[in-house]
Design a protein around this ligand. Structure first.
Ligand SMILES: [Zn+2]
Length: 343
């Protein structure tokens, strides 16, 4: 089959009179001067005169294309469409896999950026964030301590001895406050300070047990748990903070996030990490790490009694750092006992 018309070069308005020669092997274009193209693949037929080739060239027939021609190449086009559909399905699978890989890579990248950001985050900025967060809490939940200066100082002295013996890199301030809102509790702010409530000191009625709680809070600071939490929330913008510095506005925003992070309980393995580090710190000054178990038992009994009449689970979901649902008190006692046994 030979069809006369004009051949338009790909991406060009140049055209040549030519003849389209259709054979079983495919389509060739034969020019007036005898030159000829290789076998061309039909992309689609437009209207009933234009044959578009895959390479972008097209041929405009002088006459309406023979129906035999259209049938043949429409069929091939339909075959191509179904092939394309199959192809795009596999392409979709490939794209989906790429997307999953990208998400995983993104997470891995962020996790490593997060750890790097935590390790290079300047300590004085962390302490500013911590101090600002403390100020916020103080305004809302802390009043002056009613404990004697002697009791406070004795507990601080043992805490600082423990900091030294355990070789901790931070020496945060330790404050005592009365707090009706928090009840018997203790909180570690990013980089310090640590706040221990009068209510906790009174409930435990044992300096070594209070020291156990302080050991746990010291571990949160040493391991930069709150800072990690803040950086997790801030995400990649932490890079901007690290590059351009933390002005008062940034410190303020991070303090607001830190307040939220501190209030969130049982983040990841932070509690377990802090518990396990605490028994090491206690052992470093020859205090019995089993004091930790007494603390958990006493606080658990206290919060359960306070939640009397509520659902049983509620007695474990009260409070800030000390008494969260994750890990449960039973879990804590179990892993602590195991760690103490293997010490
Ligand atoms: Zn904790």
């Amino acid at each position: 089959m030979k069809i006369d018309g004009d051949y338009f070069e790909p991406l060009s308005s140049r055209s040549h009179h030519a003849q389209m020669s259709v054979r079983n092997s495919g389509i060739r274009i034969v020019f007036e001067d005898g030159r000829r193209t290789g076998i061309l693949d039909v992309d689609h037929i437009q209207g009933n005169r234009d044959v578009n080739f895959i390479d972008g060239a097209y041929f405009r027939s002088n006459e309406i294309l023979p129906s035999e021609f259209i049938r043949r190449f429409q069929n091939s086009m339909q075959r191509k469409i179904s092939w394309l559909e199959k192809f795009s399905f596999s392409r979709m699978v490939v794209l989906l896999l790429l997307l999953v890989a990208a998400v995983i890579l993104f997470r891995l990248a962020f996790e490593s950026i997060e750890s790097v950001a935590v390790s290079v985050f300047p300590r004085d900025w962390e302490e500013r964030v911590g101090h600002r967060t403390y100020e916020k809490f103080k305004l809302l939940s802390f009043s002056d301590s009613e404990l004697s200066a002697e009791i406070q100082n004795d507990m601080r002295a043992s805490a600082y001895r423990m900091i030294e013996a355990a070789g901790l890199s931070r020496q945060p301030k330790i404050y005592f406050h009365s707090s009706g809102l928090l009840g018997p509790n203790a909180v570690a702010f990013p980089g310090g300070p640590i706040v221990v409530t009068d209510e906790l000191v009174e409930l435990l009625a044992n300096p070594d047990e209070v020291l156990s709680v302080i050991a746990h809070e010291l571990a949160h600071i040493e391991l930069r748990h709150s800072l990690r939490g803040v950086i997790e929330v801030v995400g990649f913008s932490i890079l901007a903070v690290l590059l351009f510095g933390a002005d008062e506005g940034v410190i303020e925003e991070m303090a607001a996030i830190a307040a939220g992070v501190i209030t969130l309980e049982g983040r990841r393995n932070y509690e377990k990490e802090a518990d396990l580090a605490a028994i090491e710190y206690l052992s470093s000054i020859d205090r019995d790490p089993r004091h930790m178990l007494n603390v958990i038992t006493k606080l658990s009994a206290y919060f359960c009694a306070a939640a009397e009449g509520d659902l049983i689970m509620d007695c474990e979901s009260d409070g800030l750092d000390w008494f969260s649902t994750h890990p449960t008190n039973a879990d804590r006692i179990a892993y602590l006992e195991e760690a103490i046994r293997s010490q």
